[in-house]
Design a protein around this ligand. Structure first.
Ligand SMILES: C[S@@+](CC[C@H](N)C(=O)[O-])C[C@H]1O[C@@H](n2cnc3c(N)ncnc32)[C@H](O)[C@@H]1O
Length: 233
C-alpha cells in the first residue's frame, strides 16, 4: 500500500472538529446519560453489534442517526461524534423511542475505525463534515486519502457510502480524493452518478443542512459504492 495511504492514529492527530463540549448538561440530561450510556456506548475494539452494521460519522445533534435507528430496525446503527451535547440528545431520543439498534461512540471516529475489522460495515454516512472553508484550515478536513483508505478497508465490497456537503470547494476536494484513491487501488469508492441536488430517500433533514440553506448554500449528496476488488493486495 502506498505510504501516504497508511493511517496511523498516533501520528495523524490533527483535529477535524470544532468543539467536543458545549453547555453543561442539564440535570435531566445527566440522569438520562447515567442510566442509558452504559448500554448504548461502544468503544474502539469492542465487539460489533449484529450485521448488517451501518456507521454515521459526525452526527452532530443526531436527527439523522435517530432516523436511521427508527427506519431500519433490523440494521445495527453506530454513530460516532465527539460533541457531548449532541450525544446527550441522541441518548435521550434513543431512550424515549425505545430504539434497541443504536450504539454510540463519543469521540474521534478515526480512533474507532482503526480498531475495526476489515469489511465489517455495509454503509457509511458522512453528512456535512466540518467544512473548514479557510485555506489555512483545509488540512483539518476529515476527507483525505488516508481516511478514505481506512473507510475502504472497513466497508464490505459493494457497500455504500453517502457524503454530503454544502461547500463547493469541499465537494471538489472530496470527489478528487475519492476518484484518485479508487483509480490507484481499484478498491475504493465509485460515484454512482446520482443527482447530487436530491437527498437520499426518506431524508429527514439535519440541523447543519437547515443552517446551510438559511445562509443561502445548496447542499449536495453523493452516493458511492465500494469497488469489489481485494483491498489487501
Ligand atoms: C458541520 S457538523 C454536521 C453535523 C450533522 N451531520 C448535521 O448534518 O447536522 C460536523 C460534525 O462532524 C463532527 N466531527 C468532526 N470530526 C469528527 C471526527 N473525527 N469523528 C467524528 N465526528 C467528527 C463534528 O463534531 C460535528 O458535529
Amino acid at each position: 500500500m502506498a505510504r501516504d495511504m497508511s493511517f496511523d492514529p498516533n501520528k495523524d492527530q490533527f483535529r477535524t472538529f470544532g468543539r467536543a463540549k458545549g453547555r453543561t448538561l442539564t440535570t435531566s440530561q445527566a440522569e438520562i446519560m447515567a442510566e442509558h450510556w452504559p448500554r448504548l456506548s461502544i468503544g474502539p475494539g469492542d465487539p460489533l453489534p449484529p450485521e448488517p452494521v451501518w456507521l454515521e460519522i459526525g452526527y452532530g445533534m443526531g436527527s439523522h442517526v435517530l432516523h436511521l435507528g427508527r427506519t431500519y430496525p433490523d440494521v445495527s446503527i453506530i454513530g460516532a461524534e465527539p460533541f457531548l451535547n449532541g450525544t446527550a440528545k441522541v441518548v435521550r431520543g434513543v431512550a424515549e423511542e425505545g430504539l434497541t439498534n443504536v450504539r454510540l461512540f463519543q469521540g474521534d471516529v478515526r480512533k474507532m475505525l482503526v480498531e475495526m475489522p476489515d469489511a465489517c460495515l455495509a454503509r457509511i454516512y458522512i453528512l456535512f463534515p466540518d467544512p473548514w472553508p479557510k485555506s489555512r484550515h483545509n488540512k483539518r478536513r476529515l476527507i483525505r486519502t488516508a481516511f478514505i483508505q481506512e473507510l475502504a478497508r472497513v466497508i464490505e465490497p459493494g457497500g455504500r457510502l453517502t457524503f454530503a456537503s454544502d461547500i463547493p470547494h469541499y465537494v471538489d476536494w472530496a470527489l478528487t480524493r475519492f476518484r484518485s484513491h479508487a483509480r490507484a487501488t481499484g478498491a475504493g469508492f465509485e460515484w454512482t452518478g446520482n443527482d447530487p441536488v436530491h437527498p437520499p430517500d426518506l431524508w429527514p433533514g439535519t440541523k447543519y443542512e437547515a443552517k446551510a440553506r438559511r445562509e443561502g448554500r445548496t447542499p449536495r449528496w453523493f452516493e458511492f459504492t465500494r469497488q469489489s476488488n481485494d483491498v489487501s493486495s
